[in-house]
Design a protein around this ligand. Structure first.
Ligand SMILES: CC(C)(COP(=O)(O)OP(=O)(O)OC[C@H]1O[C@@H](n2cnc3c(N)ncnc32)[C@H](O)[C@@H]1OP(=O)(O)O)[C@@H](O)C(=O)NCCC(=O)NCCS
Length: 125
């Protein structure tokens, strides 16, 4: 695997907490997949897990290159899936998968109650 792109993003958890309180289900369903929603809502403090996933989507957009949204990629095309022992993986769907041209993304997340951060590395095979 050859790294061909990298992206990083930092999100303030209170901003996401506020969006969740004000727009609830509408914000969740527009931005996150059913699997992401199920995982975050089962956590003691969902907002920080949502914030980390939001950061992962922004970081993935940076790794994949600019103009992603103009090419029809939607937030739910970028999905954080919980793997073995809680290790996250980034799964690309729809237009994001097409844009990646067979590449795969590595992702790492971290969060506190105030800040969430994600790093994504795009790899070509
Ligand atoms: C998993 C672990 C790395 C998480 O670190 P943390 O400081 O508690 O928490 P962070 O906020 O930095 O990271 C949390 C994120 O780590 C990710 N994570 C969880 N398990 C992971 C794993 N096995 N591998 C990689 N990432 C993992 C998740 O994405 C999680 O966020 P999420 O629940 O929203 O998906 C940590 O709890 C752990 O088990 N570390 C290993 C400890 C160890 O073995 N120490 C001995 C070293 S000598």
């Amino acid at each position: 695997m050859k790294p061909t792109g990298v992206g990083i993003d930092l999100v303030e958890v209170p901003r996401i907490r506020d969006l969740l309180q004000r727009h609830g289900q509408r914000f969740k369903e527009r931005t996150f997949t059913a699997g992401e929603i199920a995982y975050c809502d089962a956590c003691a403090d969902p907002a920080m897990h949502y914030a980390a996933r939001f950061a992962a989507k922004e970081a993935a957009a940076k790794a994949l290159g600019t103009g992603l949204w103009a090419e029809g990629v939607v937030w739910t095309d970028l999905e954080v899936v919980r793997g073995e022992h809680g290790k996250p993986t980034l799964v690309l769907h729809g237009a994001a998968q097409t844009h990646a041209n067979g590449g795969t993304c590595l992702v790492s997340l971290t969060h506190t109650k105030d800040l969430a951060m994600a790093q994504v590395i795009l790899c070509a095979h």
